[in-house]
Design a protein around this ligand. Structure first.
Ligand code: SF4
Ligand code: SF4
Length: 390
């Protein structure tokens, strides 16, 4: 029950001034994918600023509509970029989620996914052994053995994306990388928990324990997931967990392998190739040029009209898929419509959630318009179009 509860205010009070800065000009509304998906002002950043102020002042009590407004959002952060008053909308939003989480007011579906994380170690509710189902034999032999590079697959890639999982290890094998992995002992990074308003410190400590068990201890962690990357690279240090190891998104490592001659490009893509910036890698981590540099080995990279820090969300961020799948899908369809205007053949991203959103939406898009897109992750492009050094 959410009705009638009041927030404590400890997390939100430092942003009180931010809620006052909002002039309700509505510029944030012009970019907000949650607004575009629902045409409901309640979902815009300006409404969230008003709600945060009201909750903090004790003028309003929590109810379902407030929880819905705060969580029907991909946390894409485009509102903060667009805001002429420089309101820290993202920080206010996350602090409000933390307040609501503290009094157990989060959407039911999101709560179910978090219960899965507690009970099974992943949001999908799969057994730990599911993490090893798609791992090829040569990589299975390296689980828990230690090595230079630890591959942290993340829950989405390891449990739901057979192609990505196989491609990652096949590339590393052919490039002669001394890598290791954790298999069924890989913990969830806790990113969904942080999106829901909880901290991820315990997940960081668990990962640290697993890393410390590896011998030799890896010098680098690579992950294909921007959410895992943000968590390991930004959130854990903020929460006092020092993994004492460098963390990179895998695309930067793959580009390095090509530059070092350990991977050789064998083919180029034919057709129009658009790169989509994932919010968690782009606006939130400011990694814009490395994916373009990597993709440029394989194609002339074309741009969405809204790209880099202006990129539109695929709909898969912020836990919105758990909260309101229909809005997520509308956002993905809107982005595909943008790609269609540019006559794209390939939509390439560097995020398993973006790939999943676009792949599912592309099926509906083809039914509606006849247009077929090839949706790929950068890892898959590298896998299909390189060979190891002879
Ligand atoms: S753009 Fe900024 S100031 Fe304008 S309504 Fe949105 S949050 Fe408020
Ligand atoms: S973070 Fe994105 S979805 Fe959420 S209010 Fe801001 S622009 Fe809208």
């Amino acid at each position: 029950m959410t009705e009638g509860k009041k927030i404590k205010g400890d997390r939100l009070k430092e942003f009180y001034d931010q809620t006052l800065l909002c002039t309700s000009c509505g510029y944030c509304k012009s970019v907000c994918p949650a607004f575009k998906g629902t045409l409901w002002d309640h979902n815009t950043a300006r409404s969230k600023m008003v709600l945060a102020y009201g909750l903090l002042e004790g003028e309003i009590e929590v109810d379902d509509s407030i929880v819905q407004s705060i969580f029907e959002c991909t946390t894409c952060g485009d509102c903060a970029r667009r805001c002429p008053s420089n309101v820290k909308t993202y920080e206010v939003l996350m602090a409000t989620r933390q307040e609501l989480a503290e009094i157990h007011c989060i959407p039911e579906n999101l709560g179910s996914a978090l219960k899965n994380v507690d009970a099974h170690g992943n949001p999908q509710g799969e057994p730990a052994s599911a993490r090893e189902e798609f791992i090829p034999d040569e990589a299975m032999a390296r689980i828990g053995k230690g090595g230079d590079v630890l591959v942290f697959l993340g829950c989405v890639t390891s449990i739901t994306d057979m192609k990505m999982t196989g491609a990652i290890f096949n590339i590393l094998e052919r490039a002669g990388v001394d890598y290791t992995l954790l298999g069924k002992k890989e913990p969830c990074c806790g990113f969904l928990n942080s999106l829901a308003g909880y901290d991820s410190e315990a997940f960081g400590k668990k990962l640290l324990e697993e890393i410390n068990n590896l011998n030799p201890r890896p010098k680098l962690i690579v992950t294909p997931c921007p959410g895992c990357f943000r968590t390991l690279h930004h959130h854990y240090p903020e929460e006092g967990v020092d993994l004492n190891i460098e963390v990179k998104h895998i695309l930067e490592f793959l580009d390095q392998l090509i530059d070092e001659g350990k991977l050789e490009v064998t083919k180029k893509l034919e057709g129009n190739v658009l790169y989509h910036d994932p919010c968690d890698l782009g606006r939130h981590a400011e990694i814009y040029e490395p994916p373009r540099k990597l993709l440029a080995h394989f194609a002339e990279v074309k741009e969405f009209k809204y790209n880099r820090d202006e990129s539109h969300c695929c709909g898969g961020g912020g836990g919105l898929q758990s909260t309101n799948y229909d809005i997520s899908t509308i956002m993905a369809m809107n982005r595909l419509a943008e790609a269609n205007e540019l006559e794209a053949d390939f939509i390439v991203s560097a995020c398993p959630a973006c790939k999943a959103m676009f792949s599912t939406a592309a099926v509906d898009f083809k039914k509606e318009t006849g247009k077929k897109f090839k949706v790929r992750d950068l890892v898959e492009i590298v896998h299909k179009n390189t060979k190891g050094k002879e």
